[in-house]
Design a protein around this ligand. Structure first.
Ligand code: MG
Length: 447
């Protein structure tokens, strides 16, 4: 903490009246370069979801922001390829020479709300904000969470995040039947120590997924459970599902139907708390949720799932958490699929939220590798420790970055919103074109 009070390389100002001050002068650092590298990292097995599938790997774009002192801040964004790399390069004219400490300036420079009608750069901004926060922390010699209000916890609990899965190239890892799903839950609990279990649904008919969910809850009666069909149930199916799970040890029912109005209708007929990462992902929508609470006495959504990418950075999530604290809405940390850099943003976010009462979500344990030094983060008792090094506390493993960038160039992207096992299928919202749980067809080895 000493270095927080005295920036390196500068003479400290003598404290006045014994009060130490933080020297937040302009031109602390100057951004000199922005680089983006798309990588693809394999998963244990393809993850099925309501809109399609993660075809056996994640595609992510790693962002490096370099300043005049030689420090490099790291960011990460989902998806990638030439368009993402070019989109980050296109931010150079806006940000070269800028001070990474000036985060509000950066927000309005590249995410001005009216200019954003022409160019939505929220996710680009998020990755750049991560990198700037990383630079600030490195410069001051403190973890990002110490800049963002200070940590109130040192480790973050996670849920198991169970997916229905296709078998992998070796023919293993399938989760389709209730027995397979429960076996997978058991493996994850034993290996990582999870005490909360999230079932990602919206793949098979609701009554089938209800059976799976009930069996999951029965297998771990002392653990918490949550179900997320990604908003594809009709309101009526969502109500049926929600009423059927009352009495289980639910954290919440996540995005049972799509749209704030649909969630409001479900809310009126279901007593289980409702959560979202789809229909409240900005401050306008958060305001609408609260205004409807004022009008009806009940919010359409009880628990707001904060995603450091969807909301445009760690700091907007903290602001949103403050609004939720004011109105006693719940919050949790959302996962949109992450490698270690993005996971670090989730850990620092979770560390500083006093009103965080739910386990976080992470796809992370489905990954086989990472691009950060030291390999993947480890879990203990279902928790991951918040990094303690300066900045985000993670550094790039250059060999891994190169290897997985080459793998991306070899394999290219994959259509996240297509199901390799159902090539003629396209998803509807609300959906009624469910996959057949008896269909054990194994798609061709996925790339
Ligand atoms: Mg969700």
């Amino acid at each position: 903490m000493r270095r927080l009070l005295q920036s390196p390389g500068r003479a400290s100002t003598p404290p006045q009246s014994g009060i130490k001050t933080l020297d937040l002068h302009c031109d602390t650092m100057k951004i000199q370069d922005i680089r983006a590298t798309t990588v693809t990292v394999p998963l244990e097995a393809p993850l099925r979801h309501a809109n399609g599938c993660h075809w056996g790997r994640f595609v992510r774009t790693i962002v490096e922001v370099e300043v005049d002192s030689g420090l490099i801040g790291l960011g990460e964004m989902g998806g990638g390829g030439e368009s993402s790399e070019a989109a980050f390069r296109a931010m150079k004219p806006y940000l070269l020479g800028a001070d990474p400490f000036r985060l509000e300036e950066m927000r309005f420079r590249i995410c001005n709300p009216t200019a954003s009608l022409y160019n939505n750069r929220t996710q680009l901004h998020a990755a750049l904000e991560f990198a700037c926060l990383d630079l600030m922390g490195q410069h001051l010699g403190v973890p990002v969470s110490e800049i963002l209000g200070g940590r109130v916890r040192t480790e973050i609990p996670f849920a198991s995040y169970l997916f229905f899965r296709y078998p992998n190239r070796d023919g293993i890892g399938e989760a389709r039947t209730p027995d397979q799903l429960l076996a997978e839950a058991g493996r994850l609990k034993e290996r990582y120590g999870f005490t909360a279990h999230k079932l990602k649904g919206g793949v098979f008919p609701p009554e089938y997924e209800l059976e799976c969910y009930r069996k999951l809850a029965a297998q771990y009666p002392h653990d918490r459970v949550r179900y997320d069909p990604n908003g594809v149930l009709s309101v009526e199916d969502a109500v049926r599902f929600g009423q059927a799970i009352e009495g289980l040890n639910n954290d919440y029912l996540e995005d049972p139907a799509f749209g704030l109005a649909a969630m409001g209708r479900v809310r009126g007929l279901v007593r289980v708390p409702l959560a979202t990462n789809t229909v409240v992902v900005n401050f306008e929508q958060l305001a609408q949720n609260i205004l409807q609470m004022g009008a009806t006495g009940r919010p359409p959504v009880d628990v707001i799932l904060l995603d450091t990418t969807f909301w445009g950075g760690i700091r907007p999530c903290i602001k949103a958490a403050g609004v939720c604290e004011t109105f006693n809405l719940g919050i949790a940390v959302h996962s949109s699929g992450e490698l270690g850099i993005q996971l670090a943003t989730m850990l620092h976010l979770g560390a500083v939220l006093p009103n965080l009462t739910f386990a976080a979500d992470a796809h992370y344990h489905h990954l086989l590798d990472d691009v950060i030094e030291g390999g993947r983060f480890g879990y203990a008792n279902g928790r991951i420790r918040v990094p303690e090094g300066p900045g985000l506390g993670v550094r790039l493993d250059r060999e891994k970055l190169k290897h997985y960038a080459e793998l991306y160039r070899e394999l290219g992207g994959y259509p996240y919103d297509r199901d390799p096992g159902r090539p003629d299928w396209s998803p509807l919202v609300p959906n009624d074109r469910w996959a057949d749980p008896a269909d054990a067809t194994r798609p061709e080895p996925l790339t």
